[in-house]
Design a protein around this ligand. Structure first.
Ligand SMILES: O=C(O)CCC(=O)C(=O)O
Length: 489
């Protein structure tokens, strides 16, 4: 019998072939929504070639269970012998279909977050979590899974979140590792070869002295601050409540703990790590209490992460992994990642709902891009430098704990000042309540603390630009492929 797992990989693989064809024709590849994925468990004779295809396709996590009610993606309707979608068959099926929609977990998650904020105790399902909180006398053990499987039920809306929650990261998605790695380089070397050039680098060995390494894990954090409220997605919740959730969640886009005030809340945590030597210049500190948010503790289960974005206020950042590991994909500022659509003013970004969905639908296409992304897996003990303006996506490959800080040094001060004075600063600037005045306040404070610095940086930047212009003219003039005149000696 061919397992559900095999069928899934086989059919998605077939669909992929179509995608490649359509890409050649210049048609935007269809989203996974239309994929043909069989959930039936019928015996199928499959050839060697099909086996091979299956191996190359997508796989489900070993822990994946079938969709509760046997929902299939809409594409399967076109392969079905009956061409019957039970959702269209009138009253006889309404109650069953309605039941399936009503038990859709993402809807219950929204309800819980809206009504209980962070004050919920996750019990493995959002639906029962909601009911237990609102109707404490109700015996939720009666709810469980009804096991109601519905024949011929096709819905991309219902299927997609199940698929994304249960897909395993493909080994190919993790293979490319083209970031430059450095160990024990000097600060000057870092500035010259990476910060000045605005290029990512992975720094090894610079957390060796952190107390947090080897100390921070779930048990330690719960002992130290289990009752402290942390920012988790749209809500604030106790750390121990968050771990109860993250230990048992299995969803498309797990809630992520991302707290900018963790040092103020738990000062001991701030004493157990130190800013790596490369990132010690911190010009936003001239603003004192008024500086925008700049340091975060980040905790999340496997599959959680950050979808494509550029860091706030044109700052650069470093991200240190204390526990776990993270897959990074970074694109330089002049390349918008596939599947990502920033609004013209840059204030909003539309991208696939979940990170795994981006990998499923867009990762492959980056192979053909002239400007390939920089990629790596950042493991515990390693730090990545994220230069300003770079698009990046991060997915935790296992439960992870990390610290990140955004900073302004002399190398990116002018970029930051320019960003803060954009006409739509009130929408673009983040991490502070006084978005409009941040430019003036920051500029004044820099002038007061480091007189003449801005003028000197402007002079240097102009000289560099003029030099580059001169160089690019001569490069163009002497490049025989450029069609300009050639020197002949
Ligand atoms: O999820 C992560 O660790 C990445 C965080 C990140 O991208 C950011 O802070 O800008």
């Amino acid at each position: 019998m061919l397992s559900c797992r095999k069928l899934l990989s086989k059919h998605i693989k077939r669909k992929n072939k179509k995608k490649i064809k359509s890409r050649k024709k210049g048609i935007t590849p269809p989203k996974q929504n239309g994929s043909i994925v069989s959930m039936d468990e019928e015996p199928v004779n499959h050839t060697e070639e099909e086996e091979h295809e299956a191996e190359e396709g997508f796989s489900l996590k070993t822990s994946a269970q079938s969709h509760n009610h046997g929902v299939q993606p809409l594409g399967n309707l076109y392969m079905s012998s009956t061409s019957l979608n039970s959702r269209d068959t009138g009253l006889a099926c309404v109650s069953k279909s309605f039941y399936v929609f009503c038990t859709h977990e993402p809807l219950w998650r929204n309800l819980v977050l809206e009504t209980l904020k962070g004050g919920f105790l996750f019990d493995g399902l959002w639906r029962t979590t909601y009911i237990a909180a609102h109707y404490p006398s109700f015996d939720i053990s009666r709810i469980g899974s009804s096991g109601l499987a519905i024949r011929d039920f096709y819905s991309d809306y219902l299927f997609q979140s199940w698929l994304c929650a249960n897909l395993e990261m493909k080994p190919e998605w993790l293979k490319r590792d083209n970031i430059q790695r450095r160990r024990a380089i000097s600060v000057d070397e870092f500035m010259l070869n990476f910060e000045e050039l605005n290029k990512p680098v992975l720094l090894e060995g610079c957390l060796d002295n952190w107390e947090a390494m080897g100390k921070w894990d779930k048990d330690y954090l719960v002992r130290t601050c289990g009752d402290v409220m942390f920012s988790v997605g749209p809500v604030e919740m106790k750390l121990k409540g968050y771990f109860k959730y993250s230990d048992s969640t299995r969803e498309e886009r797990p809630l992520y703990l991302f707290d900018p005030k963790f040092v103020e809340k738990v000062p001991i945590l701030g004493k157990e790590y130190e800013v790596p030597v490369y990132f010690r210049e911190d010009l936003f500190s001239v603003l004192g209490e008024e500086r925008p948010d700049y340091r975060w503790i980040i905790i999340g289960p496997a599959g959680s992460g950050s979808s494509f974005h550029i860091d706030p206020n044109s700052t650069s950042a470093w991200n240190a992994v204390i526990k776990g590991s993270k897959k990074w994909v970074l694109f330089p500022p002049d390349v918008i990642p596939p599947g990502v659509h920033p609004s013209p003013d840059g204030a909003e970004v539309a991208c696939p709902v979940s990170i795994i969905e981006w990998f499923m639908n867009f990762y492959e296409s980056t192979k053909d891009w002239k400007k390939r992304p920089i990629e790596c897996v950042c493991k515990a003990g390693e730090v990545i430098f994220v230069p300003n303006g770079w698009w990046h996506l991060v997915i935790n490959l296992e439960e992870s704990i990390a610290i990140t800080q955004n900073y302004v040094s002399r190398r990116n001060l002018l970029n930051v000042l320019e960003f803060l004075k954009k006409p739509n600063a009130s929408e673009l600037v983040s991490g502070t309540s006084d978005r409009i005045n941040l430019h003036r306040k920051f500029k004044d404070a820099i002038e007061a603390s480091f007189p003449g610095t801005i003028d000197e940086l402007v002079r240097k930047a102009e000289a560099k630009k003029a030099e580059q212009k001169k160089r690019s003219f001569w490069e163009y003039a002497t490049d025989s492929n450029a069609g300009a005149f050639k020197f002949s000696f």
